[in-house]
Design a binder for this molecule. Structure first.
Ligand SMILES: [Fe+2]
Ligand SMILES: [Fe+2]
Length: 347
């Protein structure tokens, strides 16, 4: 069940590079056994199975959310408020679309490793990301914003990244590598970019901003509030799985902590560069945007502080797995509590 760590660790291949370690490439796989009818069947106590059961119990339907009041409330906003709220919602919508697509190679990696419980959980994970796309898109449709919104992504292009930022290049490269390379190093790279950084840092900061903005608007937008509440409960499980996946690699081979740390440090540098690029924009429009966000409690200073605190938590949540017994990681109870206070506060 565990990763193959008996061979020497190959040098870390750059994101998107071809496989270097001989792990199985995609294609038809011949079955000789069926995991679910082996003696003992499924491991109900494994963290992914517990998350899977929880997710089924908490199933929700985006089309059942009433967004009619949001449509009325949208008309009460001035142009600046509309741009600000639509801008945040656009970041979420493109992010949800990207994570729906990019999670698929992780499912493949779990299949190659023979981890059916993880694979089952990731099918639910992918479905939930697709529901998040549905929810945000329905909200735009409900408030009547149906024009092309790519112009809102221009900010993200300013620090030398392609339009769409991390979702256009960094994340698809890190995740796409898993199609041909399922090594612990490749899984850790994908996990740090996707689970620890996008979900555990950027998305959490986004939810924090939503909470502040919606509070500053009093009782407006009940539909969006409900969307955020539901999505937060899903994301708590996603991050719990991501943390479990990376912790088991670190527990199995202590060298994987250095790999993890190097990737987390790189995300920290990425975040700093992005902030500097935004600060460099001193145009009157940018200043006005900053002032507007400060008034809602989501100014660049407060937002940076929150973002850094979330990323710092990821180091501790993973490092504590060093030297732990595999059994404790696979079946321990504490993984579900290793983060997630940020999400828990929203649910
Ligand atoms: Fe999501
Ligand atoms: Fe997610």
């Amino acid at each position: 069940m565990s990763a193959d760590t008996t061979t020497t660790t190959p040098p870390q291949t750059p994101a998107g590079a071809p496989a270097s370690n001989g792990h199985t490439a995609p294609g038809p796989r011949v079955r000789s056994t069926f995991h679910s009818i082996l003696e003992g069947g499924l491991d109900w106590q494994a963290l992914p199975m517990r998350l899977f059961v929880q997710g089924n119990q908490k199933f929700w339907d985006p089309s059942a959310i009433d967004m009619s009041q949001d449509a009325e409330h949208w008309q009460l906003l001035d142009q600046g408020q509309k741009e600000g709220i639509a801008g945040l919602a656009v970041q979420f919508l493109i992010g949800e679309e990207a994570v729906t697509e990019d999670i698929q190679p992780f499912m493949h990696a779990m299949a190659v490793e023979g981890r059916l419980e993880d694979e089952m959980y990731l099918t639910q994970f992918a479905l939930e990301e697709a529901k998040h796309v549905e929810a945000f898109r329905r909200w735009f449709d409900a408030v009547g914003v149906t024009k092309d919104l790519h112009y809102m992504l221009e900010d993200a292009a300013q620090d030398g990244e392609p339009v769409g930022g991390i979702f256009a290049k960094l994340q698809p490269e890190a995740m796409g590598r898993l199609w041909t390379d399922q090594s612990p190093e490749a899984q850790i790279r994908a996990n740090v970019v996707y689970n620890q950084f996008v979900e555990g840092t950027l998305a959490l900061t986004g939810y924090w901003a939503w909470a502040k903005i919606l509070d500053s608007l009093g009782g407006l937008f009940p539909g969006m509030r409900e969307i955020i509440r539901y999505i937060s409960t899903d994301e708590r499980r996603h991050l719990a799985w991501g943390t479990y996946n990376i912790r088991r690699h670190v527990a199995a081979d202590d060298r994987m902590w250095e790999v993890t740390k190097a990737n987390l440090d790189e995300m920290f540098e990425h975040m700093k560069r992005r902030r500097e690029a935004l600060q460099a924009d001193t145009s009157p429009e940018a200043e006005a945007r900053r002032e507007r966000s400060r008034a809602m409690g989501t100014g660049p200073e407060a937002s940076w502080e929150y973002q850094v605190s979330r990323l710092k938590r990821r180091y501790g949540a993973i490092e504590s797995a060093r030297g732990a017994a595999t059994e404790q990681i696979e079946h321990g109870l504490e993984e579900e509590e290793t983060d997630e206070e940020g999400y828990a506060a929203l649910t």
